[in-house]
Write a protein that binds this ligand. Structure first.
Ligand code: NIG
Ligand code: FE
Length: 411
Protein backbone atom coordinates (compact mmCIF):
# COMPACT_ATOMS: atom_id res chain seq x y z
CA UNK A 1 0.00 0.00 0.00
CA UNK A 2 1.44 3.31 -1.13
CA UNK A 3 -0.02 6.67 -0.09
CA UNK A 4 0.99 10.09 -1.38
CA UNK A 5 0.15 13.24 0.58
CA UNK A 6 0.71 16.18 -1.74
CA UNK A 7 0.56 19.98 -1.76
CA UNK A 8 1.36 20.17 1.97
CA UNK A 9 1.67 23.84 2.88
CA UNK A 10 4.42 22.92 5.37
CA UNK A 11 5.62 19.52 6.53
CA UNK A 12 6.84 20.08 10.07
CA UNK A 13 9.10 18.02 12.33
CA UNK A 14 11.03 16.14 9.68
CA UNK A 15 14.43 14.67 10.48
CA UNK A 16 17.04 13.99 7.86
CA UNK A 17 19.44 12.53 10.42
CA UNK A 18 17.19 11.19 13.17
CA UNK A 19 18.12 11.69 16.78
CA UNK A 20 17.01 9.73 19.83
CA UNK A 21 16.15 12.97 21.62
CA UNK A 22 17.01 16.67 21.49
CA UNK A 23 18.74 18.52 24.31
CA UNK A 24 19.58 22.13 25.16
CA UNK A 25 20.01 24.31 22.07
CA UNK A 26 19.08 21.43 19.74
CA UNK A 27 15.55 21.73 21.07
CA UNK A 28 15.09 24.93 19.09
CA UNK A 29 15.81 23.12 15.83
CA UNK A 30 12.61 22.12 14.03
CA UNK A 31 13.18 21.08 10.44
CA UNK A 32 10.35 21.75 8.01
CA UNK A 33 9.71 21.49 4.26
CA UNK A 34 7.45 24.04 2.59
CA UNK A 35 5.18 23.07 -0.31
CA UNK A 36 5.93 19.45 0.42
CA UNK A 37 4.95 15.88 -0.35
CA UNK A 38 5.07 12.79 1.84
CA UNK A 39 5.11 9.20 0.58
CA UNK A 40 4.08 6.31 2.81
CA UNK A 41 4.77 2.70 1.94
CA UNK A 42 3.43 -0.17 4.05
CA UNK A 43 2.78 2.03 7.04
CA UNK A 44 6.22 3.67 7.11
CA UNK A 45 7.55 6.96 5.83
CA UNK A 46 9.24 6.18 2.53
CA UNK A 47 10.12 9.67 1.26
CA UNK A 48 9.38 13.37 1.61
CA UNK A 49 10.54 16.53 -0.07
CA UNK A 50 9.48 19.57 -2.04
CA UNK A 51 6.62 19.28 -4.51
CA UNK A 52 8.87 20.48 -7.32
CA UNK A 53 11.01 17.34 -6.84
CA UNK A 54 8.11 14.87 -6.69
CA UNK A 55 8.31 12.10 -9.26
CA UNK A 56 4.74 10.95 -9.35
CA UNK A 57 4.80 7.14 -9.24
CA UNK A 58 1.88 4.82 -8.66
CA UNK A 59 0.04 5.54 -5.45
CA UNK A 60 -2.92 3.54 -4.14
CA UNK A 61 -4.17 6.62 -2.35
CA UNK A 62 -3.56 10.32 -2.97
CA UNK A 63 -4.39 12.89 -0.30
CA UNK A 64 -4.43 16.54 -1.28
CA UNK A 65 -3.40 18.72 1.68
CA UNK A 66 -3.64 22.12 -0.03
CA UNK A 67 -3.58 24.92 2.59
CA UNK A 68 -2.93 22.45 5.38
CA UNK A 69 0.11 21.47 7.40
CA UNK A 70 1.34 18.03 8.40
CA UNK A 71 2.91 17.24 11.78
CA UNK A 72 4.22 14.07 13.41
CA UNK A 73 1.64 12.77 15.89
CA UNK A 74 2.12 13.77 19.50
CA UNK A 75 3.66 11.19 21.81
CA UNK A 76 2.08 11.29 25.25
CA UNK A 77 4.60 9.61 27.52
CA UNK A 78 2.71 9.86 30.83
CA UNK A 79 -0.93 8.94 31.30
CA UNK A 80 -3.20 7.11 33.72
CA UNK A 81 -5.84 6.54 31.07
CA UNK A 82 -7.39 3.37 32.52
CA UNK A 83 -9.68 4.44 35.36
CA UNK A 84 -13.25 3.83 36.40
CA UNK A 85 -14.61 7.17 37.61
CA UNK A 86 -14.18 10.90 37.25
CA UNK A 87 -13.49 12.94 40.41
CA UNK A 88 -15.14 16.31 39.91
CA UNK A 89 -16.38 16.38 43.52
CA UNK A 90 -12.77 16.59 44.70
CA UNK A 91 -12.24 19.33 42.13
CA UNK A 92 -14.95 21.32 43.90
CA UNK A 93 -13.39 20.52 47.32
CA UNK A 94 -10.14 21.97 45.99
CA UNK A 95 -11.85 25.14 44.82
CA UNK A 96 -13.28 25.45 48.35
CA UNK A 97 -9.76 25.31 49.79
CA UNK A 98 -8.68 21.71 50.44
CA UNK A 99 -5.24 20.74 49.12
CA UNK A 100 -4.51 17.62 47.06
CA UNK A 101 -2.56 16.20 50.02
CA UNK A 102 -5.44 16.85 52.45
CA UNK A 103 -7.90 15.10 50.17
CA UNK A 104 -5.51 12.14 49.85
CA UNK A 105 -5.03 11.94 53.65
CA UNK A 106 -8.73 11.52 54.27
CA UNK A 107 -9.00 8.66 51.77
CA UNK A 108 -9.93 10.59 48.66
CA UNK A 109 -7.70 11.01 45.67
CA UNK A 110 -5.99 7.88 44.39
CA UNK A 111 -7.82 5.72 46.98
CA UNK A 112 -11.15 7.02 45.70
CA UNK A 113 -10.16 5.86 42.20
CA UNK A 114 -8.92 2.53 43.57
CA UNK A 115 -12.29 1.80 45.17
CA UNK A 116 -14.15 2.42 41.92
CA UNK A 117 -11.59 0.43 39.94
CA UNK A 118 -11.95 -2.57 42.23
CA UNK A 119 -15.70 -2.55 41.58
CA UNK A 120 -15.39 -2.31 37.78
CA UNK A 121 -14.96 -5.34 35.53
CA UNK A 122 -12.10 -5.73 33.09
CA UNK A 123 -14.60 -5.40 30.28
CA UNK A 124 -16.01 -2.12 31.60
CA UNK A 125 -12.55 -0.67 32.12
CA UNK A 126 -11.53 -1.74 28.63
CA UNK A 127 -14.56 -0.12 27.00
CA UNK A 128 -14.01 3.16 28.82
CA UNK A 129 -10.30 3.21 28.01
CA UNK A 130 -10.95 2.32 24.38
CA UNK A 131 -13.26 5.32 24.02
CA UNK A 132 -10.68 7.58 25.64
CA UNK A 133 -8.06 6.38 23.19
CA UNK A 134 -10.34 7.23 20.28
CA UNK A 135 -10.62 10.75 21.67
CA UNK A 136 -6.86 11.26 22.03
CA UNK A 137 -6.34 10.16 18.43
CA UNK A 138 -8.74 12.87 17.28
CA UNK A 139 -6.56 15.41 19.10
CA UNK A 140 -3.40 14.27 17.30
CA UNK A 141 -1.79 11.77 19.65
CA UNK A 142 -0.24 8.67 18.05
CA UNK A 143 1.78 7.05 20.85
CA UNK A 144 0.88 6.81 24.49
CA UNK A 145 2.20 5.38 27.74
CA UNK A 146 -0.46 4.07 30.12
CA UNK A 147 0.06 3.28 33.79
CA UNK A 148 -1.73 1.00 36.17
CA UNK A 149 -1.90 2.37 39.70
CA UNK A 150 -5.60 2.64 40.48
CA UNK A 151 -5.63 -0.98 41.62
CA UNK A 152 -3.44 -1.04 44.72
CA UNK A 153 -4.19 -4.73 45.24
CA UNK A 154 -2.63 -7.56 43.28
CA UNK A 155 -5.86 -8.52 41.53
CA UNK A 156 -6.85 -4.98 40.63
CA UNK A 157 -3.38 -4.05 39.38
CA UNK A 158 -3.30 -7.15 37.18
CA UNK A 159 -6.78 -6.28 35.91
CA UNK A 160 -5.63 -2.80 34.86
CA UNK A 161 -2.49 -4.12 33.19
CA UNK A 162 -4.49 -6.72 31.27
CA UNK A 163 -6.72 -3.93 30.01
CA UNK A 164 -3.61 -2.10 28.80
CA UNK A 165 -2.40 -5.28 27.09
CA UNK A 166 -5.70 -5.57 25.23
CA UNK A 167 -5.48 -1.92 24.19
CA UNK A 168 -1.96 -2.62 22.85
CA UNK A 169 -3.27 -5.57 20.85
CA UNK A 170 -6.29 -3.81 19.38
CA UNK A 171 -5.38 -0.16 18.98
CA UNK A 172 -3.48 1.48 16.11
CA UNK A 173 -1.63 3.65 18.64
CA UNK A 174 1.85 2.76 19.80
CA UNK A 175 1.30 1.88 23.48
CA UNK A 176 3.69 1.21 26.36
CA UNK A 177 2.60 -0.03 29.78
CA UNK A 178 3.91 1.03 33.15
CA UNK A 179 3.29 -0.85 36.41
CA UNK A 180 2.51 1.69 39.14
CA UNK A 181 1.50 -0.55 42.05
CA UNK A 182 3.25 1.98 44.31
CA UNK A 183 0.90 4.84 43.49
CA UNK A 184 -0.83 5.24 46.85
CA UNK A 185 -0.81 3.60 50.24
CA UNK A 186 -4.05 1.66 50.90
CA UNK A 187 -5.81 2.62 54.16
CA UNK A 188 -5.09 -0.75 55.77
CA UNK A 189 -1.33 -0.19 55.34
CA UNK A 190 -1.25 3.30 56.85
CA UNK A 191 1.44 3.43 59.54
CA UNK A 192 3.23 0.37 58.19
CA UNK A 193 3.63 1.13 54.53
CA UNK A 194 6.75 -1.02 54.30
CA UNK A 195 4.37 -4.00 54.32
CA UNK A 196 2.66 -2.63 51.23
CA UNK A 197 6.08 -2.12 49.62
CA UNK A 198 6.80 -5.78 50.43
CA UNK A 199 3.55 -6.79 48.73
CA UNK A 200 4.50 -4.82 45.61
CA UNK A 201 7.94 -6.42 45.55
CA UNK A 202 7.19 -9.98 46.56
CA UNK A 203 3.80 -10.58 45.02
CA UNK A 204 2.81 -7.97 42.46
CA UNK A 205 6.05 -7.57 40.49
CA UNK A 206 6.62 -11.33 39.99
CA UNK A 207 3.00 -11.81 38.86
CA UNK A 208 3.11 -8.82 36.52
CA UNK A 209 6.37 -10.12 35.06
CA UNK A 210 5.07 -13.67 34.69
CA UNK A 211 2.38 -12.40 32.33
CA UNK A 212 4.77 -9.94 30.63
CA UNK A 213 2.39 -7.09 31.42
CA UNK A 214 4.73 -4.13 32.00
CA UNK A 215 7.41 -2.36 30.00
CA UNK A 216 8.22 0.00 32.86
CA UNK A 217 8.12 0.19 36.65
CA UNK A 218 6.86 3.37 38.32
CA UNK A 219 6.68 4.68 41.91
CA UNK A 220 5.04 7.84 43.23
CA UNK A 221 8.16 8.96 45.08
CA UNK A 222 7.11 12.02 47.03
CA UNK A 223 6.32 13.57 50.39
CA UNK A 224 3.31 11.78 51.88
CA UNK A 225 3.62 8.85 49.45
CA UNK A 226 6.62 6.57 48.88
CA UNK A 227 10.07 7.38 50.29
CA UNK A 228 13.37 7.30 48.43
CA UNK A 229 14.17 4.02 50.24
CA UNK A 230 10.83 2.46 49.24
CA UNK A 231 11.45 3.65 45.69
CA UNK A 232 14.95 2.17 45.51
CA UNK A 233 13.70 -1.21 46.72
CA UNK A 234 10.83 -1.30 44.25
CA UNK A 235 12.96 -0.18 41.31
CA UNK A 236 15.60 -2.80 42.08
CA UNK A 237 12.92 -5.49 42.12
CA UNK A 238 11.40 -4.26 38.85
CA UNK A 239 14.80 -4.12 37.14
CA UNK A 240 15.43 -7.75 38.13
CA UNK A 241 12.32 -8.64 36.15
CA UNK A 242 13.32 -6.57 33.12
CA UNK A 243 11.19 -3.47 33.76
CA UNK A 244 12.93 -0.14 33.24
CA UNK A 245 12.22 2.56 35.84
CA UNK A 246 10.08 5.52 34.80
CA UNK A 247 8.92 7.38 37.89
CA UNK A 248 6.86 10.16 39.49
CA UNK A 249 9.20 12.56 41.32
CA UNK A 250 9.32 15.99 42.93
CA UNK A 251 5.68 16.98 42.63
CA UNK A 252 5.03 17.84 46.27
CA UNK A 253 8.58 18.37 47.54
CA UNK A 254 12.27 18.22 46.70
CA UNK A 255 12.12 14.60 47.71
CA UNK A 256 15.23 12.95 46.30
CA UNK A 257 13.07 11.43 43.58
CA UNK A 258 15.14 12.79 40.72
CA UNK A 259 18.35 11.43 42.26
CA UNK A 260 16.96 7.96 42.87
CA UNK A 261 15.52 7.89 39.34
CA UNK A 262 18.84 8.82 37.76
CA UNK A 263 20.66 6.35 40.01
CA UNK A 264 18.53 3.51 38.66
CA UNK A 265 18.79 4.74 35.06
CA UNK A 266 15.13 5.68 34.80
CA UNK A 267 14.06 6.42 31.25
CA UNK A 268 12.26 9.46 32.65
CA UNK A 269 11.52 11.29 35.89
CA UNK A 270 8.18 13.03 35.71
CA UNK A 271 6.42 16.06 37.33
CA UNK A 272 9.41 18.07 38.62
CA UNK A 273 7.43 20.98 40.00
CA UNK A 274 9.92 21.10 42.89
CA UNK A 275 13.42 21.34 41.49
CA UNK A 276 16.65 22.68 42.98
CA UNK A 277 20.00 23.20 41.31
CA UNK A 278 21.19 19.81 42.59
CA UNK A 279 18.38 18.08 40.67
CA UNK A 280 19.36 19.87 37.44
CA UNK A 281 23.02 18.98 37.96
CA UNK A 282 22.15 15.38 38.63
CA UNK A 283 20.26 15.06 35.33
CA UNK A 284 23.19 16.34 33.28
CA UNK A 285 24.90 13.57 31.34
CA UNK A 286 22.25 11.02 32.32
CA UNK A 287 20.02 8.96 30.02
CA UNK A 288 16.97 10.11 32.03
CA UNK A 289 14.43 12.40 30.34
CA UNK A 290 13.08 15.12 32.64
CA UNK A 291 9.37 15.22 31.89
CA UNK A 292 7.07 18.06 32.86
CA UNK A 293 3.28 17.69 33.14
CA UNK A 294 1.79 21.13 32.50
CA UNK A 295 -1.83 19.98 32.86
CA UNK A 296 -1.26 18.79 36.43
CA UNK A 297 0.50 21.99 37.51
CA UNK A 298 -2.33 23.98 35.92
CA UNK A 299 -5.12 21.95 37.50
CA UNK A 300 -3.56 21.90 41.00
CA UNK A 301 -2.10 25.41 40.82
CA UNK A 302 1.36 24.04 41.53
CA UNK A 303 4.60 25.95 41.04
CA UNK A 304 5.90 25.66 37.50
CA UNK A 305 8.81 23.36 36.79
CA UNK A 306 11.86 25.40 35.69
CA UNK A 307 11.75 24.20 32.07
CA UNK A 308 13.55 27.24 30.67
CA UNK A 309 16.36 26.86 33.17
CA UNK A 310 16.71 23.15 32.38
CA UNK A 311 16.92 23.70 28.63
CA UNK A 312 19.34 26.59 29.09
CA UNK A 313 21.47 24.26 31.23
CA UNK A 314 21.69 21.92 28.24
CA UNK A 315 19.12 19.35 29.34
CA UNK A 316 16.44 17.66 27.28
CA UNK A 317 12.88 18.40 28.35
CA UNK A 318 9.73 16.44 27.49
CA UNK A 319 6.14 17.46 28.20
CA UNK A 320 3.23 15.03 28.55
CA UNK A 321 -0.42 15.21 29.59
CA UNK A 322 -0.54 13.15 32.83
CA UNK A 323 -4.14 12.43 31.73
CA UNK A 324 -5.85 11.15 34.91
CA UNK A 325 -9.06 11.80 36.84
CA UNK A 326 -7.44 13.43 39.90
CA UNK A 327 -4.80 15.92 38.84
CA UNK A 328 -5.02 16.34 35.07
CA UNK A 329 -8.41 15.45 33.58
CA UNK A 330 -7.31 16.52 30.10
CA UNK A 331 -6.27 14.32 27.22
CA UNK A 332 -5.18 17.18 25.02
CA UNK A 333 -1.57 17.34 23.85
CA UNK A 334 -2.37 20.43 21.77
CA UNK A 335 -3.12 22.17 25.03
CA UNK A 336 0.15 20.86 26.52
CA UNK A 337 1.92 22.36 23.50
CA UNK A 338 0.26 25.73 24.17
CA UNK A 339 1.04 25.63 27.87
CA UNK A 340 4.69 24.80 27.08
CA UNK A 341 4.92 28.15 25.29
CA UNK A 342 2.56 30.27 27.37
CA UNK A 343 3.42 29.13 30.89
CA UNK A 344 6.93 27.71 30.55
CA UNK A 345 8.33 30.14 27.93
CA UNK A 346 9.42 27.47 25.48
CA UNK A 347 9.58 28.63 21.88
CA UNK A 348 7.16 26.85 19.52
CA UNK A 349 10.09 24.85 18.10
CA UNK A 350 11.15 23.70 21.58
CA UNK A 351 7.54 22.92 22.48
CA UNK A 352 7.06 20.70 19.41
CA UNK A 353 10.24 18.78 20.23
CA UNK A 354 9.18 18.47 23.87
CA UNK A 355 5.84 16.89 22.92
CA UNK A 356 6.95 14.63 20.06
CA UNK A 357 10.53 13.40 19.84
CA UNK A 358 11.45 13.88 23.50
CA UNK A 359 8.27 12.25 24.76
CA UNK A 360 8.90 9.41 22.30
CA UNK A 361 12.30 8.98 23.95
CA UNK A 362 10.67 9.09 27.40
CA UNK A 363 8.62 6.03 26.48
CA UNK A 364 11.41 4.22 24.63
CA UNK A 365 10.02 4.55 21.10
CA UNK A 366 11.97 7.42 19.54
CA UNK A 367 13.45 5.11 16.92
CA UNK A 368 9.99 4.40 15.53
CA UNK A 369 7.92 7.56 16.15
CA UNK A 370 8.25 11.22 17.25
CA UNK A 371 9.24 12.80 13.93
CA UNK A 372 8.75 12.43 10.19
CA UNK A 373 11.79 10.42 9.13
CA UNK A 374 12.34 7.76 6.49
CA UNK A 375 11.67 4.33 7.99
CA UNK A 376 9.68 5.59 10.98
CA UNK A 377 6.00 4.76 11.43
CA UNK A 378 3.81 7.06 9.33
CA UNK A 379 2.03 8.57 12.35
CA UNK A 380 0.94 12.09 11.52
CA UNK A 381 -1.97 14.50 11.40
CA UNK A 382 -3.16 16.96 8.79
CA UNK A 383 -4.35 20.26 10.21
CA UNK A 384 -7.28 22.39 9.22
CA UNK A 385 -6.13 25.28 7.03
CA UNK A 386 -3.77 27.27 9.29
CA UNK A 387 -1.43 30.20 8.68
CA UNK A 388 1.83 28.96 10.23
CA UNK A 389 3.12 26.29 12.63
CA UNK A 390 3.25 28.88 15.40
CA UNK A 391 -0.56 29.00 15.14
CA UNK A 392 -0.65 25.54 16.74
CA UNK A 393 0.47 26.61 20.26
CA UNK A 394 -0.96 30.12 19.82
CA UNK A 395 -4.60 29.12 19.31
CA UNK A 396 -4.92 27.33 22.64
CA UNK A 397 -7.97 25.24 23.32
CA UNK A 398 -8.98 24.87 19.69
CA UNK A 399 -8.70 21.53 17.87
CA UNK A 400 -6.58 22.28 14.84
CA UNK A 401 -6.41 18.64 13.72
CA UNK A 402 -8.54 17.66 10.72
CA UNK A 403 -7.35 14.15 9.76
CA UNK A 404 -5.12 11.66 11.53
CA UNK A 405 -3.04 8.79 10.14
CA UNK A 406 -1.46 6.01 12.19
CA UNK A 407 0.80 3.45 10.54
CA UNK A 408 -0.10 5.17 7.28
CA UNK A 409 -3.83 4.50 7.65
CA UNK A 410 -6.45 7.13 8.28
CA UNK A 411 -8.15 6.65 11.65
O1 NIG B 1 0.57 11.99 38.17
N1 NIG B 1 1.09 12.14 41.26
C1 NIG B 1 0.63 11.01 41.25
N2 NIG B 1 -0.27 10.47 40.43
C2 NIG B 1 -1.09 11.18 39.54
C3 NIG B 1 -2.33 11.62 40.20
C4 NIG B 1 -3.25 10.53 40.43
C5 NIG B 1 -4.59 10.91 41.01
O2 NIG B 1 -4.75 11.85 41.80
O3 NIG B 1 -5.51 10.20 40.66
C6 NIG B 1 -0.34 12.30 38.90
O4 NIG B 1 -0.60 13.48 39.10
FE1 FE C 1 1.05 10.81 36.82
Amino acid sequence: MRTLVKNIKELVGVETSPKQRKEGKEMSVLETVKDAYLVIEDGKVQAFGEMKDLKEGNADQVVDATGRMVFPSFCDSHTHLVYANSREHEFVDKIRGLSYEEIAKRGGGILNSAKATAAASEEELYDMAQRRLEEVVRLGTGAIEIKSGYGLSTDSELKLLRVIRRLKENSPLTIKSNFLGAHGIPMEYRGHQEDYVDLVINEMIPKVAAEGLADFIDVFCDKGFFTVEDTARILEAGIKYGMRPKIHANEMAVSGGVQVGVKYNAISVDHLEQMGDAEIECLKGSATMPTILPGCAFFLNLPLSPARKMIDAGLSVAMASDYNPGTAPSNNMQLVLSMACIRYRLTPEEAFNATTLNTAYAMGVSEEVGSIAVGKKANFYITKPISSYEYMPYAFGENKVERTFLNGKEV
